[in-house]
Write a protein that binds this ligand. Structure first.
Ligand code: AMP
Ligand code: ZN
Ligand code: FE
Ligand code: FE
Length: 328
């Protein structure tokens, strides 16, 4: 059964007209008009539920560049059989609150604190996932403030870089697009599309915001060592995010992993969204070569992207040490 509830059958208050369900996922989905099944068990979820742990340790809420609220992510995770979830917004942990923790407990989802931190290594932009930090740690809270400030300065630098190319970027409008989240490149891309300066988000990234383009400003980010230090000192585990997305040679990637290990990194994403088996093999070999624990995450941002869909990821391959061994 598909598409039992589309936006057309939702009442204004967000209650499903058919079942009376007020599941916030349904409400969130309604706004993006994606397919979502209310009160219908996802067939994959049934399989995952039979396994002991099904994790998704990399996803984004509307506090960064995702489209769903943390509560909606929780409901979606549960409907997909995910019983261990980390919400890893870019450079913010605003998704986490006592109310969310209570919701998670009620739904039987083990909520792990998480954050995807931006840093640089050899002047390349690198993402490090921090998991299981103490979010009350004073130094970590200070680090979050520092990252927010860096994002602010970076946004201004992006606007200047794009102005030099003849674009007009109104940062107040970009901030509105980003609300309630922090401002990132996807919001600038959205703004360029909304103001008719680019035909699509993809074009905006390809032309000006993607890797190595004028709007890909990295100078504001701290060094890899600093970011790993923040995570470790807050009692967390540092994981190299999506290692095959950095467009570097395998030799460079090994250099990165050498340095990452040296500064206290403990994990690597062996499963990052939908991946070819050969890539999973490359990553699990790297995990064992560098004696790193393996993490798994969809990098979910919004419904309708099957390559990064919450909970729809394969398990960690046999022989890898699951990252959650480090906290459970
Ligand atoms: P930021 O943290 O501001 O550097 O933005 C990074 C986010 O931009 C990533 O997490 C992706 O969601 C998005 N992104 C990066 N590259 C692309 C791309 N080529 N096309 C679409 N979105 C992208
Ligand atoms: Zn993102
Ligand atoms: Fe990332
Ligand atoms: Fe991400």
């Amino acid at each position: 059964m598909v598409r039992t509830h589309c936006w057309a059958v939702l009442e204004p208050a967000g209650k499903c007209a058919r079942s009376g369900c007020r599941n916030p996922v349904v409400v969130a989905m309604a706004f993006c008009n994606a397919e979502l099944l209310c009160n219908v068990v996802d067939p994959l979820a049934a399989i995952f539920m039979s396994a002991s742990i099904h994790s998704d340790l990399h996803c984004h809420s509307h506090f960064s560049d995702g489209s769903l609220s943390p509560e909606a992510l929780l409901f979606l995770a549960q409907s997909r059989g995910v019983n261990q979830l980390a919400i890893t917004d870019h450079d913010t942990v605003k998704a986490y609150s006592p109310a969310l923790a209570a919701n998670a407990a009620e739904l039987g989802v083990s909520l792990i604190s998480g954050c995807e931190l931006s840093c640089q290594w050899q002047r390349r932009g690198i993402h490090i996932i921090g998991l299981n930090m103490n979010l009350e740690d004073t130094a970590f809270r200070q680090a979050m403030l520092q990252q927010a400030e860096a994002r602010g300065h970076r946004a201004e630098a992006i606007a200047r870089a794009l102005a030099r190319l003849g674009f007009t970027v109104d940062l107040a409008q970009v901030q509105e697009l980003a609300a309630p989240g922090i401002l990132g490149r996807p919001h600038v891309a959205k703004h360029l599309v909304a103001t008719g300066q680019q035909p699509s988000m993809a074009a905006a990234f390809k032309r000006v915001l993607g890797d190595g383009k004028a709007g890909d400003i990295k100078a504001n980010w701290p060094e890899l060592e600093t970011v790993v230090g923040w995570i470790v000192r807050a009692g967390g585990v540092a994981v190299l995010a999506h290692p095959l997305k950095y467009k570097v040679t395998l030799t460079k990637l090994r250099g990165l992993l050498d340095d990452f290990k040296q500064v206290g990194g403990q994990g690597i994403e062996v499963i990052s969204g939908h991946q070819e088996p050969s890539r999973v093999k490359t990553l699990s070999d790297l995990a064992s070569r560098y004696d790193l624990h393996a993490s798994m995450g969809s990098d979910f941002h919004t419904p309708g992207q099957p390559w990064a869909d919450l909970g729809h990821i394969q398990s960690i391959p046999e022989g890898c040490k699951p990252i959650w061994q480090l906290w459970s």
